[in-house]
Design a protein around this ligand. Sequence first.
Ligand code: MSP
Length: 612
Amino acid sequence: MASRIPVSIQNSLWFLSSPLHSINSEGLHNLKNRIHFRPNFFSSSSSSSRRALYCTCTSSNLPTGGPYVITTPLYYVNAPPHMGSAYTTIAADAIARFQRLLRKKVIFITGTDEHGEKIATAAAARGSSPNEHCDVISQAYKALWEDLDIAYDKFIRTTNPRHEAIVKEFYLKVLASGDIYRADYEGLYCVNCEEYKDEKELLDNNCCPMHLKPCVARKEDNYFFALSKYQKKLEEILVQNPDFVQPSFRLNEVQGWIKSGLRDFSISRASVDWGIRVPNEDKQTIYVWFDALLGYISALMEEKGQATLQTAVSSGWPASLHLIGKDILRFHAVYWPAMLMSAGLSLPKRVFGHGFLTKDGMKMGKSLGNTLEPNDLVKRFGSDGVRYFFLREVEFGGDGDYSEDRFINIVNAHLANTIGNLLNRTLGLLKKNCQSTLVVDSDIAAEGNAFKDTVEKLVEKARVQYENLSLSLACEAVLEIGNAGNLYIDEHAPWSLFKQGGASSEAAAKDLVIILEVMRIIAVALSPITPSLCLRIYTQLGYSEDQFDAATWDDTKWGGLKGGQIMAQPKPVFARIEIQMEGEDEVELKKKASTKKKERVPQAQSQTLAEA
Ligand code: MSP
């Protein structure tokens, strides 16, 4: 049974000597339910000090303007990244790219969480020092992000000395608010969660339900954060700001935790050496979560200049969106807001807890050892396929299972056929009949054509879904544009019209402009999800990479392509994935591919033949 035994205040001499500290001697548990919010101020060296009260998130004082700051969790470096960790980052990248298309200044933060017991143990197991180990694994994260086209702005490592300075300053602020006290703690600890557990939430043999490994009995003399003091305030915040936690069913979960009573939690470890030292204290290091959460703020600092909370906060805090997995919701939606309130800082605007990628129904994870290798997936299928599959296939917020068959079917059907093949066959026809040159502006080509309205409606649908973080539905809306394009070309059969000549031929040339305009719109609208593929589409349409980079959501409006624009030579933008079975040689594989083409995509492929 977990028990916390307040230690007499005399045990912590620094308490008495600290003028900052306001804790009284009446028993530290009186902190509980004592709602005493002390506004904090950022002092600045100049006389015009910058004042920052914590934001209680009522609609009137929600921060407005400023950059769009989106964060992924800072990943533990106990092992290299797996597909579960890549999933959060891919989703965050898609959201960041969408916000950039809306012309927002975006600060996309990711990084690695490098302190704590399990990191030290992992380093020792590899025969490395913790520092060397962290360098290697954080580099593996960076390399994967590059391969997955992740365009982050800041990569924070919690071993960065500038981050350490921020954590210590933050700790002292919380201390000054009277929210830190010292006590003994005895309980069951899950090293993988880095968390003391309630006995009632454990499985047989005291196993952690997440990691299926037994928790260990621990007794420690720790510093505690007075979370219980913030119970009422947190309840109010969630009532006043129901969008703070999303999806909405996770809000109920958070409200349930708070209602069942918040217990103070220990924010230092006497037994862990690999961590940031508690200020004015030799033997204790700061609890990994009290350290890592601050990475969201310290990441905002420039690389040079003073490492202070004030400089970091003034560079973009509060975050617009913390994107996390559902397993770390409690830390982000309960602990973190309370810590921020204690330090007098604004709360993030939103916390979104997505579901798990599972394998055989179990959460995929480093601790369970049932991971899917993202490097391997990217090598075999490319970044666009990986990004598209997970964002399209898993309803964002819920869980999703990976299967290779499903992966190949979805990616081939959507990216290779609906999008890639439509572009390729249209450019082929344009080359053959119009010297790869557009005959009119796309606006003129679509005059009085209801098809343009259909596309515009689907683009708007995609925008709304992106705004709502419904990434799968956003993909679906863009794919619908591709489907509409395929239907249009099949119904109009420009290859036949060209053969008729005269007015029919003119109509066919206009139809090609219409389809290529559709491709241009798809390239912009799908660029948050599959940036490399969309760049390839854009360049096939005769644009430069700089023009692609400069595109905004306004470019999804009909009318971008102009008469006289010369398209590139048709070249497949997305190769179908063909899996070679054991013992199958190249010739068989080719045969199989051509049979499959006939079987699976009769419409698109047979028309390609007719077009020839
Ligand atoms: N270090 C902490 C986060 C600190 S943030 C200040 C941590 N790290 S983690 O590496 O264990 O997990 C990072 C993220 O990866 C979490 O959001 C977690 O939910 C996510 N995933 C880990 N496995 C996952 C799946 N199998 N599926 C989807 N996401 C999962 O927690």
